[in-house]
Design a protein around this ligand. Structure first.
Ligand SMILES: C[S@@+](CC[C@H](N)C(=O)[O-])C[C@H]1O[C@@H](n2cnc3c(N)ncnc32)[C@H](O)[C@@H]1O
Length: 277
């Protein structure tokens, strides 16, 4: 079943750029001339924000000649980080039109348009030729996609032989049904978490060779504890993307995720694999 319209609707408010301008101004930044640093609390829309992006990037060898794919690129924070750090080309694809429009606008403001392109589209049917990319990453996207085999096969198709795939994903641990809302779904109808082992099995069945699969629960819980301590001290937490994007439901969504993680029902994982070549 194609749940694409509901997923896109979950992430769209029609107010994203307006909210971002207000947030940047409150932080003392200039919304017309933001820096990557000023944007980082808002444009890294995944668990542990910029910290997770930096870690993922640290584990990859990327050169200026590389063309990298960002699957589910959101408002473009990870794409801008990779393009800025490595000087590579990045193409992002995302289902949510509002995110793609915001990603282009912000990338333009940050002077990175020459190195990054965004396509609105479905990761299950990407408008890219076979064997196009030198590497791909995807951060907190597959929890909205029920057909993981179709996703991994499609990513495998567009990677050149020998290219890498890095995933920072949310997977399912044992225990009761999750509590909703979460940052990715209002109800279980649009939440599709696989277990770490199912993820490994499906990646390998799609032709990718998994070189590492790591449980990142410990650092995620520590990150959450640090953020809560900052809020208690009256400071802004380092990761504010969920509040920016989801407004009213953000508090419950983050609390439900933190509890699910502490109880082992939600398991953040980081996976590195390669297309045989
Ligand atoms: C939690 S956000 C993560 C965004 C981005 N990866 C980041 O870390 O900043 C999940 C994103 O996945 C996108 N998404 C969900 N299903 C998708 C699909 N089938 N194809 C492309 N994008 C999808 C959503 O539109 C949303 O932007």
């Amino acid at each position: 079943m194609n749940t694409a319209p509901d997923i896109s609707g979950h992430y769209s408010s029609g107010k994203l750029l307006e909210r971002l301008r207000t947030a940047l101004r409150d932080d003392g930044a200039d919304p017309d001339h933001p820096t990557l640093t000023a944007m980082a609390p808002y444009d890294q829309f995944h668990g542990r924000g910029l910290e997770a992006t930096e870690e993922l990037a640290d584990s990859l060898a990327i050169s200026t000649d590389d063309h990298i794919l960002d699957v589910g690129s959101g408002i473009g924070g990870p794409a801008r980080y990779f393009a800025d750090r490595f000087g590579c080309q990045v193409t992002g694809i995302d289902l949510t039109q509002e995110f793609c429009d915001a990603a282009r606008h912000l990338t333009n403001l940050l002077g990175l348009s020459g190195r990054i392109a965004y396509e609105q589209g479905d990761a299950l049917d990407m408008p890219f030729a076979d064997d196009t990319f030198d590497g791909a990453y995807s951060m907190n996207v597959s929890m909205n996609i029920s057909d993981k085999m179709a996703l991994y096969r499609e990513i495998h198709r567009v990677l050149r032989p020998g290219a890498w795939l890095a995933l920072s994903e949310i997977s399912r641990g044992p225990g009761e049904e999750l509590d909703y809302p979460t940052p990715w779904a209002l109800t279980s109808a649009s939440s599709f978490l696989a277990t770490p082992e199912e993820t490994r099995t499906k990646l390998e069945a799609s032709g990718l060779v998994v070189s590492s699969l790591r449980d990142a629960t410990k650092e995620s819980l520590e990150f959450g504890a640090r953020a809560r301590a900052m809020v208690e001290r009256g400071e802004k937490p380092p990761h504010r993307a969920v509040s920016l994007i989801h407004g009213d439901i953000a508090k419950d969504a983050m609390a439900n995720t933190a509890r699910g993680m502490a109880e082992g029902r939600i398991v953040p994982i980081e996976v590195i694999c390669r297309k045989a070549g």
